[in-house]
Ligand binder design. Structure first.
Ligand code: FAD
Length: 211
């Protein structure tokens, strides 16, 4: 754990947990932050920053799932998302700030639906693991989607499993809107074609976006 003045940069879930547990015991006021594009930490609070938890941990290309830490920059994330024809457009800052910040613009709404799992540290320092890398539903209360957007008021999100399968409409806009740089990966094509066979077994419906 590294300290600079009033900012703490924990490097691992255990460090976050310990930082928040100690703050909780001491009654020390803290704010969770990424890049602070949505405002600064007031001087009377200690900032607990996700800046050292900034990695893309895994890309399971066959399952179209990515695991990324909350502090990863949206620019870096977009470099990896390109090959799935996905992008978090127009935003800056961290993945954690994007998913945990309050506003629900179209972009945030769409991306919050893609969160399959999340590691979250409560304000008391407890490490909670929600969801999984599975795209299927799990039993129990769906706390994870309740927590998305809570602006650091209940704790810190540290990492997310994110579904990388592009929306069907995005794939089929490709000829018009997506350049050759954004090659569609083989699993994406396979899934898209499978869904089409399921819904339109005789192939009677128009598949072109411009007609
Ligand atoms: C063109 C453009 C459009 C934008 N549009 C929007 C928009 O529509 N809606 C919007 O909300 N923002 C928008 N932003 C602001 C910003 O880009 C995103 O919200 C950004 O992703 C925030 O990231 P950050 O790391 O700077 O978050 P911060 O400013 O550091 O934090 C934002 C909020 O999220 C909380 N938070 C941050 N990380 C975590 C975490 N790991 N766990 C728990 N809580 C956390 C913080 O406590 C704070 O309340 C836009 C920016 C640009 C440039």
């Amino acid at each position: 754990m590294k300290n600079t003045s009033n900012i703490i940069f924990p490097a691992a879930p255990e460090d976050f947990s310990e930082t928040l547990r100690q703050a909780s015991r001491a009654g020390q006021k803290v704010s969770i932050r990424g890049y602070s594009t949505q405002g600064k930490t007031p001087p009377d609070r200690t900032e607990v920053n996700t800046g050292r938890c900034n990695k893309i941990l895994d890309i399971f290309s066959k399952d179209l799932v990515m695991k990324a830490q909350a502090g990863v920059s949206i620019d870096k994330l977009n470099e990896s998302l390109m090959r799935y024809n996905l992008a978090i457009e127009g935003y800056t800052g961290s993945l954690g700030g994007f998913l945990m910040g309050a506003d629900i613009s179209g972009g945030q709404y769409q991306w919050r639906q893609r969160v399959l799992g999340m590691t979250f540290i409560t304000g008391g320092g407890e490490i909670m693991n929600y969801g999984s890398m599975s795209v299927k539903d799990v039993t129990g209360y769906r706390m994870m989607h309740f927590l998305l957007g809570t602006r650091g008021r209940l704790g810190a999100a540290l990492s997310f499993y994110i579904n990388l399968a592009p929306a069907h409409r995005i794939v089929w806009r490709k000829p018009q809107n997506i350049s050759a740089v954004h090659e569609i990966s083989e699993p994406v094509v396979r899934i898209t074609e499978g869904i089409e066979r399921l819904f339109d077994p005789a192939g009677i419906l128009n598949k072109s976006a411009d007609k």
